[in-house]
Design a binder for this molecule. Structure first.
Ligand code: PMT
Length: 437
């Protein structure tokens, strides 16, 4: 089901635009909150009123048609989207997307969103085969755009061949499975809608051969990348039976490690003290103290592409670790603590090619403290969470974070699953690395 999923549906000007009515109706029936953006030419084939009535949301056609002064519509749509689906996608909009054009509401929104983008091309068979169209689709594929291939059959223009918009029922099924399996998609060639999850890193051939074999296709946004994640708290021993730790369950770091795995990365998970089940199919490096964690991360540092420090590392440890259990004496016991290595700051000083992401666990002045850490520790991104907020921070399955870079706020993620936070964070990192390369 698509309950609560916000889907921005782009409708462009081909005869298949009439199918947008059925597509909207079926998405809404599945519980999706559908917001339609039409190109001017699409309104020649189907009316805004039809789609507005079916979605019970305003339909946008014009970038400057601002209905609420306090809201910039295309940015609002871009930020709210869990998925941007362009169906039908004409050769023209595919060309505009491939070359970063933004001359109408739809293409402007497409450039502004960090949500996953899925397109369902529909056009004349010869247009679909044209080298320019193929080139543009490959460009989009390399950036992680998901494709729903056209069906074959009699086209509106009288030709027979590949170019017919896939049936709305099939598109809805693909969208449902996308959300259900997020980035791990298993399609068999026998299925009518061949959704080819293309992605960064030129893995298309890998995708196609695995499709021939019918094995499950993983999104490969991070294929070939080595990702190191730290998770959980650290254990700073006092004596053989006592230690200092914190409330970190490891869930945030585990979600990041699992998401990186699902995006095709080679994942090393440096795991401190945790209360959750770590993900499978990642290499786990168990550690206890901050020093242990530093040494483990240092081992992986030179070969790492992305390092994400989600662990809650103790800033101090007992100056003296007793070899025997401290016996209870008087009414008080004083422990002198000394400062631990700041792993993130140390890595920041050694950073060369690595993309370094830190976390900030704050209880007040979130932005100020987070941006100060970002600068001081030389991070590329800092993920700040108010750990006093209900549903966020330690031990929860959800989190609400603000992601900052040196220029300020990159994205605010409202309360959502730690898995969704992880995927959004990794997409931002992958796009930044792609841009850098
Ligand atoms: O594990 P969960 O239960 O899911 O909880 C998730 C979380 C709240 C632990 C996580 O979202 C989080 O905020 N992790 C960072 C916790 C923390 O130590 O924050 P900090 O602001 O004290 O540290 C800032 C950054 O420096 C962190 O990336 C931390 O890993 C790093 N650090 C801190 C101290 C130290 N000695 N070495 C470090 O590397």
């Amino acid at each position: 089901m698509l309950n609560g999923k916000k889907i921005v549906l782009g409708v462009t000007g081909g005869i298949a635009a009439y199918k947008a009515a059925t597509l909207c109706s079926k998405l809404v029936q599945k519980g999706a909150d559908v917001h339609v953006i039409m190109t001017a030419s699409a309104t020649q084939f189907i009316t805004e009123l039809t789609l507005q009535t079916l979605t019970r949301n305003a339909v946008y056609t014009d970038t400057f048609d601002e209905r609420e002064p306090a809201v910039v519509s295309h940015i609002n749509l871009a930020d709210m989207a869990d998925l941007v689906l362009v169906a039908p996608a004409t050769a023209n909009v595919i060309a505009k997307m491939a070359h970063g054009m933004a001359d109408d509401m739809l293409t402007t929104t497409l450039l502004a969103t960090t949500a996953p983008v899925m397109i369902a091309p529909a056009m004349n068979v010869h247009m679909y085969d044209h080298p320019a169209v193929k080139h543009n689709m490959n460009l989009l594929a390399e950036r992680g755009t998901l494709m729903i291939e056209p069906g074959e059959g009699l086209l509106a223009c009288g030709y027979v061949g590949k170019g017919r918009l896939e049936e709305p029922e099939t598109i809805v099924d693909v969208v449902e499975r996308f959300f259900a399996q997020r980035d791990e998609v298993s399609w068999k060639r026998s299925e009518p809608a061949l959704v080819e999850a293309f992605a960064l890193g030129g893995a298309q051939e890998g995708i196609q051969e695995s499709m021939q074999s019918g094995v499950s296709v993983q999104n490969t946004l991070l294929k070939g990348k080595k990702v190191v994640v730290t998770a959980g708290g650290t254990i700073e021993r006092i004596d053989p039976v006592r230690y200092i730790t914190n409330d970190s369950s490891g869930k945030m770091g585990f979600a990041i490690a699992a998401a990186a795995r699902d995006l095709g990365a080679d994942v090393k998970l440096v795991m401190g003290s945790t209360q959750a089940q770590p993900p499978e199919n990642v290499q786990i490096i168990p550690v206890q103290s901050a020093q242990d964690m530093y040494e483990a991360v240092s081992q992986e540092w030179d070969g790492a592409d992305i390092v994400i420090k989600a662990a809650a590392v103790a800033d101090y440890r007992p100056k003296e670790v007793y070899m025997e259990k401290i016996k209870k004496k008087g009414d008080t016991l004083s422990l002198e603590l000394v400062k631990n290595i700041d792993i993130l700051e140390t890595l920041g000083k050694r950073k060369t090619h690595q993309y370094l992401i830190g976390f900030a666990a704050e209880t007040q002045s979130l932005e100020m403290y987070a941006r100060e850490k970002l600068e001081r520790k030389n991070c590329d991104l800092i993920v700040a969470n108010d750990v006093t907020r209900s549903g966020a921070g330690f031990g929860t399955d959800t989190n609400a974070v603000h992601i900052y870079d040196r220029d300020g706020l990159v994205e605010e993620l409202e309360l959502m699953s730690k898995e969704d936070v992880a995927h959004r964070l990794l997409r931002i990192a992958a796009e930044r690395i792609a841009g850098r390369n």
